[in-house]
Design a protein around this ligand. Structure first.
Ligand code: MLT
Length: 328
């Protein structure tokens, strides 16, 4: 056998062994704890969703699921941590329309949101709610907006950083009303909400799942939900259409991704664990109570998330680029 053929044969054997090894690893997955990187602060909506699902994934896959909050730059730092991780299923990214779409048009990312991560599963989504501190001087959303417009740059709006859902919603409110907010960036809307309850800031356009518990306690005021229909879990809150700003539509969808190149068998195991969790009535009730709706049944495959993310990028990137949003 010629030396060249011998080398080729050895390379083939090595590749077969490698494929065999990764195949075996995929079959045995998981054999150690899985880490979910949450790109926002603990206690916020993305963190709460990740912990609820993490507990079910632990039960389904038989290994601990650790939550690591890696925050900053509208969530782009946490997502970058997963892009840089080994494609072995042990480092997982949970994020949303902000972190896995909007940031692609705002930050000079060192990674490609659509190609450096492989989709695993679409997660529940929720509308947002315009909330203010309890003693904000207004009696309707119209009056809230009247005050924003009468005080340009003076009314503070908490966000989770440039590109986050709470920031994008604020930009949309500004473009629809001509008001100019004073954005106050936090590492997540969890800490922003604490400051709103304490009256340190004036308002947030926040994910329902984050604000509902405080609204129910009466520690903040809710003015409108950014959807066409009232929420089943909070029918007392009117819609933006009912309160004079029908275009302020914002639904925050979330998803799970892994580093590109993660074996398909591992992606399928994670997907099955997520789909199983979403099908669990106890999980469904818990999430529904927070205003979170599961993705449609035909939208629960990895491919469905990939296609949806690309469609959202095609929709949002031109809008965000035209708005010239400054990265932090
Ligand atoms: C969070 O978990 O803090 C949020 O998802 C932030 C946001 O995007 O508004």
């Amino acid at each position: 056998m010629s030396p060249a053929r011998a080398v080729a044969a050895m390379a083939l054997i090595a590749m077969a062994e490698l494929a065999g090894a990764s195949g075996a690893a995929a079959q045995a997955y998981p054999t150690r704890p899985i880490t979910i990187i949450v790109p926002f602060a603990a206690g916020g909506p993305t963190d709460v969703l990740s912990r609820v699902l993490g507990e079910r994934i632990r039960a389904a896959l038989g290994q601990p699921v650790l939550i690591e909050n890696v925050t900053g730059a509208g969530g782009s730092i946490g997502v970058g941590r997963v892009v840089a991780a080994a494609p072995d299923g042990y480092t997982v990214s949970i994020g949303h329309v902000g972190t896995h779409v909007a940031n692609g048009a705002i930050y000079p990312l060192k990674y490609d949101l659509l190609n450096d991560l492989d989709p695993v599963a679409r997660l529940p989504s929720n509308p947002m709610i315009v909330v203010t501190r309890k003693n904000f001087p207004a009696a309707s959303l119209r009056e809230v907006i009247g005050r924003l417009k009468a005080n340009p740059g003076k009314i503070s709006a908490g966000t989770a950083g440039a590109g986050s859902a709470s920031h994008i919603a604020g930009l949309l409110l500004q473009s629809l009303t001509g008001a100019r907010l004073s954005f106050v960036p936090y590492r997540g809307t969890g800490p922003a909400l604490q400051d709103l309850v304490a009256g340190q800031i004036d308002m947030i356009i926040d994910q329902a799942s984050n604000s509902l518990p405080q609204i129910r306690q009466g520690s903040i005021r809710a003015w409108a939900v950014t959807a066409n229909e009232r929420m089943a879990s909070a029918p007392e809150i009117p819609t933006v259409a009912e309160t004079g700003l029908p275009e302020l539509q914002m639904e925050v969808w979330s998803g799970m991704w892994v580093p590109h190149g993660t074996p398909r068998a591992i992606v399928d195991k994670l997907n099955a664990a997520v789909v199983g969790a979403l099908a669990d009535p106890a999980v469904g009730d818990k999430l529904a109570g927070l205003g979170l709706d599961g993705p449609p049944a035909d939208q629960r495959t990895p491919g469905a998330l990939g296609a949806f993310q690309r469609a959202e990028a095609a929709k949002w990137w031109p809008i965000i680029r035209a708005a010239n949003v400054a990265a932090e």
